[in-house]
Design a protein around this ligand. Structure first.
Ligand SMILES: Cc1ncc(COP(=O)(O)O)c(C=O)c1O
Length: 420
């Protein structure tokens, strides 16, 4: 315990002890610190590479000067490959929620009907935002263990001869469940019914982690954020915008101020923004795009799939259940783990944070307390995964969850056998 200071009035020992405890409780995580690096294994924000941190640390420059214009001129074309498109990409100084709002506000009119697929917590939040913006929202119900159902989308659109549905919203990788929706099949559902609705897709936890193709899959607006596969801190939001979406902008009637694409696209042409951009995050973005280019996107996707497969092997060997219920839809970027009835996932996370200084994702919304989420995306490698799964295995044991031994070994086996 801390030294008790000598002072004139002699603070009673008990009071001093009490104060020390309060300070330690307030310090929370600091109590657990045992040296070494914190393991940030939530499914975003993710670990930021030192290269990116160093880039962000450069002096801030004049955002109306030639050096900044050169940065923008380099960044915008380099972003396209990550979205797999030649369409323009609008960058906002915002979180992902801002980019959600931008996608809706630029394309829709008050009272327009939007079809959303209930894949989990984030799909529900996007739907709530749409309602708050004055849109009518129809939800295709889901069980939070499967992705968006292409058949249900096709059935609903086939029943809409007047084309009342103006947009279909899908979360590509539902971060609350670890389920990846099959966007090409959703596209096929729109095409098979010849329905003109816009396709809006949230890739906040899939971009630059899981194969995604804005143009080839006929997506109209792709929504993304900086803090996951792009390996940056939070603070940048993105909209990749198809020609059809840009045309919809001309007739959109929702209030549109800060989020308006047009002033951003116009200012970008001369290397600027219509407001003060997040200059230092853009330095970081340039560096993270270089890193992704050096590794190559196919290798990045394969690495994420390998880590996801190894994680599932561990979970199953422990005798636990992966939340995602469809083999075709397992997420490459995170795994949500269901605990047996009667065990508290938050207690497991608490033990792991206190003992091993590792943060895992909590169960969100209706999954609170019943699942924890292992993030394995972004700046991450085989041995970081091995460390992560070691911490989970130890934490499960210490929290008294009945698990079989051998989970870590099962994961290592997958890593050892991987060819990509
Ligand atoms: C899939 C998905 N969509 C949207 C959001 C919301 O983004 P933000 O918290 O950056 O506003 C998140 C955040 O984690 C997310 O995972």
């Amino acid at each position: 315990m801390s030294q008790i200071p000598e002072c004139g009035n002699r603070v009673p020992k008990l009071v001093w002890f009490g104060l020390t405890v309060v300070v330690k409780i307030a310090a929370g995580v600091a109590l657990a610190s045992t040296g070494g690096r914190h393991f940030l294994q939530i499914p975003g924000p993710t670990n930021v590479p030192d290269r990116v941190l160093r880039a962000i640390a450069a002096p801030t420059i004049d955002h109306r000067g030639p050096e900044f214009a050169a940065l923008v001129g380099e960044l915008l074309p380099a972003l396209g490959p990550v979205f797999s498109t030649d369409d323009p990409v609008v960058i906002y100084p915002s979180s992902g929620t801002g980019a959600w709002e931008a996608a809706l506000a630029n394309t829709l009119r008050p009272g327009d009907l939007v079809l959303t697929c209930e894949t989990g917590h984030f799909a529900a939040l996007w739907a709530q935002l749409a309602t708050r913006l004055g849109l009518r929202v129809e939800v295709l119900a889901g069980d939070w263990r499967h992705g968006a159902d292409p058949d249900a989308v096709a059935t609903r659109l086939a029943d809409d001869p007047a084309h009342e549905v103006r947009a279909v919203c899908v979360v590509h990788n539902e971060t609350s469940t670890g389920v990846t929706s099959r966007v090409p099949e959703i596209r096929a559902a729109l095409d098979s019914t010849r329905h003109p609705a816009l396709l809006l897709v949230d890739t906040i936890s899939s971009l630059a982690s899981i194969d995604y193709r804005h143009s080839e899959w006929g997506v109209d607006v792709t929504v993304a954020g900086s803090q996951k596969g792009l390996m940056l801190p939070p603070g940048l939001g993105f909209n990749a915008v198809s020609r059809k979406a840009l045309a919809a902008r001309d007739t959109a009637g929702l209030p549109l101020g800060y989020w308006d694409w047009l002033p951003v696209l116009a200012a970008n042409r001369s290397g600027g923004f219509p407001y003060t951009p997040a200059t230092n995050l853009l330095y970081g973005l340039r560096e993270s795009l270089r890193m992704l280019d050096e590794e190559g996107l196919p290798a990045v996707f394969a690495r994420h799939q390998r880590h996801a497969a190894a994680t599932r092997a561990a979970v199953r060997a422990w005798g636990l259940e992966v939340l995602c219920a469809d083999e075709r839809e397992h997420s490459g970027s995170l795994t949500a783990v269901l605990l047996p009835a009667g065990y508290d996932a938050d207690e497991v996370r608490r033990v792991i944070l206190e003992r091993f200084d590792m943060s895992l994702g909590s169960g969100l919304g209706r999954l609170a307390g019943t699942v924890f989420r292992i993030g394995h995306l972004g700046h991450f490698n085989d041995l970081m995964l091995a460390g992560t799964l070691s911490g989970v295995q130890l934490g499960l044991r210490l929290a008294g969850v009945p698990v079989k031994p051998g989970g870590l070994e099962a994961a290592l086996e997958v890593l050892a056998e991987a060819t990509t």
